[in-house]
Design a protein around this ligand. Structure first.
Ligand code: FAD
Length: 681
């Protein structure tokens, strides 16, 4: 028989008898994805990810099985075909239930590889842990102390016990190795980028620029770098000595920080735009929101008050006397706890909603209460005046919670005739911060720097990017460093004339821990239930009478032991899962199609070395054929039909003795439903 001539994507191709469309496409460099197509076995034609279109009939064909015919015209890359493949992937994803990535990593705003650095720490290799952490978190000493621990809030360990103390790994890894370890950086490529502001976002942008060979030059208006880490977060949560060690690391990498240079005053943005390949703006939120009450100018401004205290380096600080702090966020908590440490015996917080609605971290509220702070919930300021005795009088009114507003939060409503006065020596307003505008930087309706979400590029002339609090609104250090890194990568792409796109990462989740029971976690082969390490805070008299750090860094042994509590919930095949990589390539959405997932399909860990996770199985049948056609054993078969199909051994026994553990089925499974046990150790 002679060869067949036909076209794929307009390209004339020839097929030998018996060749499939997929074979010919591959030979001609046309990429078609497939999950079940495997040259080692006969056709399975089960995944339909390899669809192509026959232009004449208008029919979609699985290219792994369809054979070309003379004169046929095949579309393999048209938007319609790509869309059909995306749908095929979404169908497979709709029942696939296997956490691609551990929830801790997903919920970390910087997407640091938590499971991997916890594993390195558990094995005692904290230098390796530090290297993994720094791929996403360039300020591990500070973040290891002040992070609100997004990762721990989503840790699967919450189902049965307390979350793994993940943040302690960052803190210890940095404390152990930060002074001796300096990463290798490439030679400078001659391109300079200006970074305005040396807070967490600016420092992160500079760090990732330097790692790529660019020269970041930071301009910082304050005498020292660090942003709110230096001038906001108090000494007892982040000692200045610790921050200094962390900042010294930037100098070791050759990163220049020009402190005491206010952009817009000492140098203009236009001058920076002319002299640098790009400018990244990370100016934070350094202006306090107004309370809109009469006499508010008599109140100290929360962030300025903390800045003054921080600049005094805790020396000779005057007791602020009876202190009232208005607000319910972290800044308010830091003002309250600082006032306690400055010697005040009467410190209270005035907040207009209830404790439940307070934006401050629960731990901060709890510790403030322990330190003697009095909380007046459902109380709002009305006016502030100076009494004849020189003291301040804050008039407040009682509030009650009304109907939920558009955001779902119940708004506080004044209770008529409930006004009352409180006398104080110091009143501090800490109700929120916003961006201090910088000429040439556009702000959006929320008062934050306006950027295109995908690119972080400002809607202004020139290569101007923004990140951190000034772009997101007041957030957290880990969010700021994540933003700084993104802005650095976006700036590099623009400088190099490349289109910048955020990486498309998909994650299939078995569900949030709050929707799971212990039984749902049978797939985790590590039922460690030992207690979480808990920080022992310094004695209360030291806590309230000094600015000493709240608790010391845990020892290596303690953190290694804590690492054993990690149940490692991410998929063992996350780095080579074909379903994941194709889904990312095609932009498939794991939750586009609703339906019952395989989450109850079962997990078989009876075999000493092999696990069989039916929840991940996409029923492609490759393992069944590999075992029979390649290994010449028939140990696996498909049972039931349609949605209820599962791969089983005869009589659902554990893999029989005749299995030689050759690993052929594991090697060919496209999604890790069959895998080696303890692969991650
Ligand atoms: P910033 O840290 O504000 O840094 C901006 C920098 O830009 C500053 O150094 C500033 O001086 C500089 N700058 C501004 N304008 C100019 C200019 N024109 N020219 C040159 N330089 C300029 N987050 C947590 O994760 N955990 C916590 O416990 C926590 N506690 C907090 C407590 C307080 C009191 C405050 C205020 C914030 C807290 N945060 C906390 C939030 C966190 O500090 C911020 O989200 C983070 O610092 C934002 O980083 P950034 O780089 O965007 O901004």
């Amino acid at each position: 028989m002679s060869d067949i001539s036909f076209k794929i994507d307009g390209k004339l191709c020839s097929a030998a008898p018996g060749q499939t469309l997929l074979d010919v496409a591959e030979k001609n460099g046309i990429k078609i994805p497939t999950l079940c197509g495997n040259p080692k076995i006969s056709k399975t034609t089960s995944c339909f990810v390899c669809l192509v279109k026959d232009c004449k009939t208008g029919k979609f064909l699985p290219s792994c099985a369809a054979r070309p015919s003379e004169g046929q015209e095949i579309e393999a890359s048209s938007p319609e075909v790509l869309d059909m493949r995306k749908t095929a992937l979404e169908l497979l994803l709709s029942e696939h239930a296997g956490d691609c990535e551990a929830p801790c990593t997903i919920s970390c705003p910087a997407h640091a590889s938590v499971e991997e650095y916890v594993r390195a720490g558990r094995n005692g290799d904290f230098l390796e842990a530090l290297k993994i952490i720094k791929k996403r978190i360039p300020l591990p000493m500070s973040i290891g102390r002040v992070c609100p621990r997004f990762c721990e809030k989503d840790c699967r360990k919450n189902v049965s016990s307390k979350p793994v103390a993940i943040n302690e790994f960052k803190r210890l890894a940095a404390d152990l190795h930060y002074e001796s370890y300096v990463e290798d950086v490439p030679a400078l490529n001659g391109k300079k980028i200006a970074v305005v502001g040396a807070g967490p976002a600016g420092l992160a942008a500079a760090y990732y620029l330097r790692l790529e060979g660019y020269e970041p030059v930071l301009f910082e208006k304050m005498p020292e770098a660090g942003g709110m880490l230096r001038y906001g977060i108090p000494e007892f949560r982040l000692p200045k000595k610790t921050l200094a060690k962390e900042l010294a690391h930037f100098a070791k990498l050759g990163i220049k920080i020009n402190c005491g240079v206010a952009v817009g005053k000492d140098i203009t943005l236009d001058e920076l735009k002319k002299s640098y390949s790009a400018v990244i703006v990370t100016i934070g939120c350094w202006s306090s929101s107004s309370m809109r009450v009469k006499g508010e100018e008599l109140a100290a401004d929360g962030i300025k008050w903390l800045e003054k205290v921080a600049s005094a380096n805790w020396q000779g600080l005057k007791n602020p006397g009876t202190t009232i702090v208005i607000g319910g966020g972290n800044t308010a908590m830091d003002c309250l706890r600082t006032a306690v440490r400055m010697g005040s015996k009467d410190v209270s917080c005035v907040y207009r909603r209830t404790e439940k609605e307070m934006p401050a971290e629960a731990i901060e509220i709890h510790e403030a209460k322990e330190e003697g702070v009095n909380f007046r919930f459902l109380t709002a300021p009305v006016s502030l005046k100076k009494a004849d005795n020189g003291r301040l009088v804050l008039t407040c009114q009682k509030m009650e919670l009304g109907a939920p507003d558009a955001s779902g939060r119940r708004s506080p409503v004044p209770v008529a005739g409930s006004d009352f006065d409180i006398e104080a020596d110091t009143v501090i307003a800490a109700i929120g911060q916003k961006v201090l505008p910088l000429e040439g930087i556009p702000l959006n309706k929320w008062g934050n720097v306006e950027v295109a979400t995908e690119t972080l590029k400002c809607n202004a002339d020139g290569l101007l990017f923004a990140a951190g609090d000034c772009q997101s609104g007041c957030a957290t250090v880990v969010e700021a460093v994540a933003g700084g890194r993104k802005a650095a990568l976006a700036a590099i792409d623009y400088i190099e004339g490349r289109e910048h796109k955020q990486p498309r990462l998909i994650n299939v989740s078995r569900g949030h821990w709050s929707s799971l029971s212990k039984e749902d976690l049978v797939y985790i082969n590590k039922p460690s239930e030992d207690a979480r390490i808990e920080a022992e805070l310094i004695p209360m008299d030291k806590r309230t009478g000094s600015f000493d750090e709240l608790f010391p860094t845990f020892s290596k042994e303690e953190v290694m032991k804590e690492g054993k509590r990690c149940i490692e919930c991410s998929c063992t095949a996350k780095s080579d899962c074909k379903l994941k990589s194709y889904s990312e390539e095609y932009g498939a959405n794991p939750v586009a199609l609703k339906g019952e997932r395989n989450s109850k399909a079962g997990y078989d860990a009876r075999h000493p070395h092999i696990v069989h996770d039916r929840m991940k199985c996409i029923k492609c049948g490759v393992c069944v054929k590999v075992c029979s056609e390649v290994v010449n054993k028939n140990l696996l078969s498909q049972k039931n039909r349609g949605f209820h199909t599962t791969v089983e051994t005869a009589f659902r026994t554990v893999l029989p003795l005749s299995c030689t553990e050759c690993g052929a089925c594991i090697g060919e499974c496209p999604v890790g439903a069959l895998d080696w046990k303890n692969k991650k150790n």
